[in-house]
Design a protein around this ligand. Structure first.
Ligand code: NDP
Ligand code: 8X3
Length: 250
């Protein structure tokens, strides 16, 4: 990873933040993306490597392309793109769900990931080199109650990842996805719109994964020999059997 350019979306929190640290420890140069510039600056101060910040909302198509256009030439040669930005909004049955929540999830988790990929791809294709790692979810493998829209967004990430791997196969560009189960981050705070008590309950008694454990798995995906592609990696807390079965203590 030494001196490789690694671009991480959603670096301002959780899995993205931990992934930035893991790759920085291996000497990668990092492009850190997110909407909260102050968080990206806080992270940058803790990293012993060269970094660039790109502040944009992945849902804003023009902002995405402008941000990558603005990068100085040497930074445009991205070796690894980690499409991590995303969130759940709400946990509701279809008939009572808020349509704005649906828009946020489909526009961010699906279209946003596709826009960023499209912005980064031309140079990878020209160089016949590169690696794209998408953050899916166990929610993109199985549907759980009240999660239809979030699960749909992550099923779409899974499908897009498979399609991308097919399309990029002639160019030797590696494409894979990691699908975590419960990871204790800001994720549930965002899902429940700041209701910390409800968010904390999601992780009670299940020994959820940490963001660092997921980051280590992403680093593994990125550091296997170039002839190897980890196409699909599901990572769960041991107490979680699938998207909707968790053994809770206490
Ligand atoms: P966090 O809420 O801690 O982090 C989400 C990150 O995504 C933040 O950095 C946020 O940055 C960024 N982000 C969200 N929406 C946008 C947007 N519209 N534009 C730009 N950036 C955005 O959650 P996690 O770290 O847990 O989640 C990271 C990824 O992992 C997501 O794709 C999530 O779906 C997935 N995942 C999470 C699991 C979990 O249990 N936590 C399990 C499986 C998958 P900012 O707000 O600064 O823009
Ligand atoms: C996040 C994991 O189970 O809350 O993708 O959907 S879950």
């Amino acid at each position: 990873m030494k001196d490789k350019i690694v671009c991480i979306t959603g670096a301002s929190s959780g899995i993205g933040w931990a992934t930035a640290k893991a790759f920085a420890n291996q000497g990668a140069r990092l492009i850190l993306c997110g909407r909260r510039q102050e968080k990206l600056t806080e992270l940058e101060k803790q990293l012993p490597v060269e970094t660039q910040q790109l502040v944009f909302d992945v849902r804003d198509r023009e902002a995405v392309f402008e941000a990558f256009d603005r990068l100085a030439k040497p930074w445009k040669k991205i070796d690894v793109l980690i499409n991590n930005a995303g969130n759940a909004h709400g946990l509701d049955p279809v008939h009572t769900a808020n349509i704005d929540d649906w828009d946020a999830m489909i526009d961010g988790n699906v279209k946003g990931l596709m826009y960023v990929t499209k912005a980064v791809l031309p140079r990878m294709v020209a160089a016949k080199k590169g690696h794209i790692i998408n953050l899916g979810s166990i929610a993109g493998k199985e549907v759980y109650p009240n999660g239809s829209a979030y699960c749909s967004s992550k099923f779409a990430v899974d499908a897009f990842t498979s399609g991308l791997r097919i399309d990029l196969n002639p160019f030797g560009i590696r494409v894979g996805a990691i699908h975590p189960g419960l990871v204790e981050t800001e994720f549930s705070e965002v899902r429940f719109k700041g209701d910390s008590e409800r968010a904390a309950k999601v992780y009670q008694g299940v020994e959820a994964l940490t963001a660092e454990e997921v980051a280590d798995a992403i680093l593994y995906m990125a550091t296997v020999p170039e002839k190897v592609t980890i196409a699909d990696l599901v990572i769960l807390p041991t107490r979680q059997a699938n998207a909707y079965v968790q053994h809770r203590e206490g």
